[in-house]
Design a protein around this ligand. Sequence first.
Ligand code: ADP
Ligand code: MG
Length: 752
Amino acid sequence: MGSRNPKRKPLSRKEKREQEFNEIDNLEAKCEELSLKDREFVNFYELPLSSKTLKGLNSVHYLEMTEIQRKALPVALNGRDVLGAAKTGSGKTLAFLIPLIELLYRKKWTQFDGLGALVIAPTRELAVQIFEVLRAIGRQHSLSAGLVIGGKNVNIEQERISRMNILICTPGRLLQHMDQTVGFDCSNLQMLVLDEADRILDLGFEKTVNAIIENLPKQRQTLLFSATQTKSVKDLARLSLKNPAYVAVHEKSEYSTPQRLAQHYIICPLPQKLDYLFSFIKSHLKSKVLVFLSSCKQVRFVFETFCKMHPGVPLLHLHGKQKQTKRVEIFNKFSNMKCAYLFATDIAARGLDFPAVDWVIQVDAPEDAETYIHRVGRTARYEASGQGLLLLLPSEEEAMIDALKAKKVPIEKINVKSSKIISIQNQLQSLCFRDPEIKYLGQKAFKSYMRSVYLQKNKLIFKVDELPAEKYAESLGLPGTPKIKFIKKSETKNAIRQRPKQVSESERTTDEEDKHYQKLIDHEGDKIAIDSEDGDLLSLKRIDHELPDELEQKTSEPTSKRKLLKATSKKLWAKDSKKGQKLIYDDEGNPHQVYELQDEREFLAAGAPVVQKQAFVEKELTAMKNQDAIDKRIAKEKRRQKKLKYKAKLKAEMEAQELGPKTVLISPQSEDDEYQESQEEAVQLDKLDDIKSYGNKRNIESLQSDKATSDQEEYDGKQVRKDNKRAKILEVEEPETLEDHEKLALQLLNGF
Ligand code: ADP
Ligand code: MG
């Protein structure tokens, strides 16, 4: 009694290992006993979790479990497939990350075992966020984890990806690695997690996800989580789930949205939307607000114009056309701000956990009730409260409110006194007048809004022909109503077929938007065509004649400007009429047209028309094949040259650094990489955004890095994350490993 214990000798490595193996045996036995019918656990430490995980949880003050964690963790730790459904902000991330870490720990996973677990998230921001939670709670474990979200240098990722135990990815980039990265082997995968599972499994990601799943072993544990969970048998069959446990904690609750979330809607005519929004901002200057708009062009216009009107609160904007570094910067900025407005597209709708958002305003209606639930779920997270405000057009009210009520969303109508609404139309007009850039943005915003409404699936809610287009254009400050063209899918198909192949292909590969819109159209039945001058889809001229009359009158000019001009200008007519008259000269110097018609007698003498036709087709086919082969050879040679040049450059760099080949991690981004920037993912993330390219994104990173790289630091927005920066996540046990050498080399390179 009273005597202090003599200082304990630190355990030797062997003793530590033995202790760990004992713990693992113990955990294995306890996890096997767990079942759905178990008593309710309250705290994390009551579960059979490794001491390393418990330490990690403790370090970020996660002690008591949330409801979904209480229900899902025992089942997942027991090894069963889980379909987890719980409201937004209820702690689903830990419900899948803890079983993931624990499974690999119990399986004594080492760096030599390769990829053990895969988490797929629909957006890059969400993947980054999940990665940060993993870093926070997994810091005691000796597992390596990487973030694969596409964009930056695929070579750096390729270099490291095959050594990762856990990957957090977006679908597009993951598939790219599966296709291209030598040594990327998923055959040992133990667990697959889909966060926002219904989104990952929906049409937008269908092909990519199917291709990913094909590459994964069937013998694995699969966890699916979302606030709006899929129960589609077809989806679940795709994932080959085995007797999954359906864990839905709020299924029986009265409402599908968080309890502390107050939700209201107001009816607002389209031309007054921005007045309402501006007035709201002026009267809520001390709030943190997330504002959803339907497309990135809308977001840009509102952001740019509102900034110029200085409402008296910081404004930010987030959309899929921004470079990844910018997106991360804004994500962190908004996370850390107390009062600010973030204008965003639906890339911010799912999963993002911005702390302390007071309001979510949906200025443009969500495409469906699920999207509404996810958007509004950015506030009132965990135990916080929040408010949601939805702006609906008179034509949208009935069907949208019915859809929301059917999904158990408690939303109430409020009326706003018109005296409280400030009109900003004059200010917008003068901004458009003074600054052509703003006017241009306004025109783009107008068009993209009209298109987004036109492309919406639910025609009961979204009625493009009831929109007051002219008044709306006026309200944006535009001098006229921009023309837009809508065409039916069948018509577009014909039009595309009729176009010269070369042209349509070059346009298709140069423009991301094309793919994007085509995707939307696939399940839409209709198609949209856009002027080439906008850098948009296809430059099909004047194919809007199938438009509903009313809409045509409202939204398009009777004929294109070019045609009008042509009709009045003799010069243009003359120029145009000469087109296609390429002449060739015979030996006598007489001009002939290239395709001069033969005399009928000569033609018939040459043989039966069918035979002639056949011969002609065959001749042309052979010529085309030959040309194709030549083109391929040229392209191959070009690629070879490029590769050689690149290798020579790398070698020169290496020699200059006097370092071994492994140090060449910092390589310039090749053009190919830019093209490969997760095209599908880009298209799918942001349905109504026009995404052409992504900029720099974060590279894959390892939990094993002793020092946070500068890239990692970019993400350290939250308190928790700041702690991580300092923390050594893992000790490197054997300094002679590949990583250690690499790390050392990198440090040398960076002058550490
Ligand atoms: P969901 O995925 O269900 O929308 P998240 O996993 O993003 O929710 O968690 C929402 C918030 O709740 C996060 O800020 C997270 O830190 C917090 N949280 C989750 N689980 C716990 C817990 N057991 N104790 C305290 N806070 C928690
Ligand atoms: Mg989540």
